[in-house]
Design a protein around this ligand. Structure first.
Ligand SMILES: [Zn+2]
Length: 42
């Protein structure tokens, strides 16, 4: 079995470039903004 969990733990956590909040989402479409800063209705 592959160490999938360890693989994800080694990944650098994304950080919002606007508020500095750590982004837990793995979606690439969010870029460097958290879900709050990236909210289209804002
Ligand atoms: Zn943010």
């Amino acid at each position: 079995m592959m160490n999938v969990l360890e693989f994800f733990r080694n990944l650098p956590k994304k950080q919002c470039s606007n508020c500095g909040k750590t982004i837990q989402e793995q979606a690439d479409c969010y870029g460097n903004l958290c879900e709050k800063c990236d909210h289209p209705a804002r």
